[in-house]
Design a protein around this ligand. Sequence first.
Ligand code: A3P
Length: 291
Amino acid sequence: MEPSKEYVFKYKGVYFGVNTSPEYVATLEDFEIKDSDIFITTYPKSGTVWTQNILSLIIHEGHRNGTENVKTIDRIPWLEYNIQNADYAALPLPRVFATHLPYYLVPRDLRKKRGRIIYVSRNPKDVMVSYYHFSKFFPIAEEVPDFNLFMERFLAGKVAPSSWLDHVTGWYSHAEDFNILFLTYEEMKKDLRSAVLKICSFIGKELSEEEVDSVVRQATFESMREDHRANYKDLPGGLVPKNDGRFLRKGTVGDWKNIMTVAQSERFDEVLKEKMKTLPIKFTWDINDEM
Ligand code: A3P
């Protein structure tokens, strides 16, 4: 079953949500990069908002010490979904953007190693389950109530931004073209402090021990759930969540086991696991697994 045109369109082989347009996405290849720019790049449901919050806390002292009350989405907007109609050229430096674009649609200058990319990936079963719940909550995502049907769509890449495997493989196999740091959701979950330090080092930001502690404290799932700047309780662009859902839902590793049957898990493995062997990362499928 194809996704409904009411919710997605296709541009150069990739599905996009309708809160942007093919014309706008086409302009992004020429988007002017500043050397200090940072792009948080992900397949949806892989920890984007978490990483946005971490970057905002690292860069903005006023966020870290609570003296400024700016929503993360306003500090770190979406590149291809400019919901707020913000003037991206006027953002303070370093500018940070979030994007779900595949490697071949991002601003051309990034390929000249200008700017920095932080690519976060997550084990695809948790991505899929998180996405399924998200589609019931996010007002402009197509709700597919039947989980099995959603899984088939996910496996066939018939969700925005198309195939999970193509996205991750594309970015990993073109890593040499970019100035890029790879992180996984699971390593962030296991050792948030180390992930914060990796990010600081990658963007060249020195923080004191206390400042790092403060970032880590405010970037945990529990803290973010309480932080209205970070938890998407008020969705951007005046969007109202469906079904009283919460963006910060479970925030764990291995939640897929609570919804997928053995047969569904096997079907998933049959389609993806063999192909995933070519990826240079080993995903953690359960919170208790060794990393
Ligand atoms: P779940 O639905 O499994 O809870 P994205 O921001 O890329 O859309 O990813 C959303 C997922 O990241 C959701 O997963 C959300 O709960 C989780 N998440 C957000 N902040 C988190 C945090 N501080 N710690 C752990 N998970 C977090």
